[in-house]
Structures are given as C-alpha cells and as structure tokens.
Design a protein around this ligand. Structure first.
Ligand code: SF4
Ligand code: SF4
Length: 135
C-alpha cells in the first residue's frame, strides 16, 4: 500500500520510451475483436468450441505478446483449440457484433503456434539449472 501511494504521489512524466510502449498497445487494441461474451454463437458450433474464451485469448495476444494466452490455450484439449475450427461460419452469422470468428481463430491458431510457449520456457529453465549443477 505504501509503495502504491509513493508511486502515485510522485508526478513523474512518462518517458518517450514508456509513451511509445503505451501507444503501441493502444494501436494493437484497435485490431482486437469486440466480443461481448454473449455466447449466441456457441450452441451452433459443430466443434463445440468455447468461442468467447478463444476470442479473449485472441485479444490478449493483440494487447501484448505475453505467455498468458498460450497458457490458456495449452489448458484446452487439442480438439477445443483454435485449430479445430473448420471455418463453417455459423458463429459469424449468429454474432450480433458481426465478428469474423473463423478469421480471428485462424490468426489465433497461427499466433499460438508461433509462441512464446510456457513449455519452452520451462525447458529452458531446466536446461539452465542442469548446466549450473554441472559447474
Ligand atoms: S466457424 Fe469455427 S468457431 Fe465458428 S461455428 Fe464453425 S467451427 Fe465453430
Ligand atoms: S456471438 Fe459474437 S459477441 Fe457473442 S460470444 Fe459469439 S463472437 Fe462473441
């Protein structure tokens, strides 16, 4: 609490670098999808995908390239991941927001494949621990 108060008491302007990071995030947010999680699209999905969950992962990727969305997708069974979408378009017809869900899921699948992945991070850490133990 004291640390938070100290942070907000000091009126230090953002640096150019910090401002640039925020502007990049704002630009990325514009490329997200306006899913309201109404779930109108879900019951008709022949693959039984949790579409709003996947679109939230998609937006998380757009917000910043962190491992959070990949961990959330890792937690799904293979047949519930974005690559399982067959592109039938049922969801887009049902969506009041007019979201092109198959396109977003195809892009999500691509971003997921490209990483970063938590499992890679764990492997890297294990390797580094083993190397340290050998010293
Ligand atoms: S396009 Fe994909 S997500 Fe949408 S209903 Fe068809 S299989 Fe499900
Ligand atoms: S119908 Fe559209 S807004 Fe509603 S959950 Fe599905 S994708 Fe999101």
């Amino acid at each position: 609490m004291e640390d938070n108060l100290r942070t907000f008491r000091e009126k230090v302007p953002l640096t150019d670098g910090e401002r640039s990071v925020l502007m990049d995030i704002a630009e990325n947010l514009k490329t997200g999808v306006p899913c309201t999680a109404c779930r109108y699209c879900c019951s008709g999905c022949p693959q039984g995908l949790d579409i709003p969950y996947l679109l939230q992962c998609y937006n998380d990727y757009k917000y910043a390239a962190t491992m959070t969305p990949s961990v959330r997708i890792d937690a799904l069974e293979e047949d519930k991941r974005p690559a399982a979408c067959i592109g039938c378009g049922q969801c887009s017809h049902a969506c009041p927001q007019g979201i092109d869900v198959p396109a977003a899921l195809a892009r999500l699948s691509q971003m997921y494949e490209e990483g970063p992945h938590w499992s890679d991070q764990i492997r890297r850490r294990q390797k580094s621990i083993h190397e340290d133990l050998k010293k």
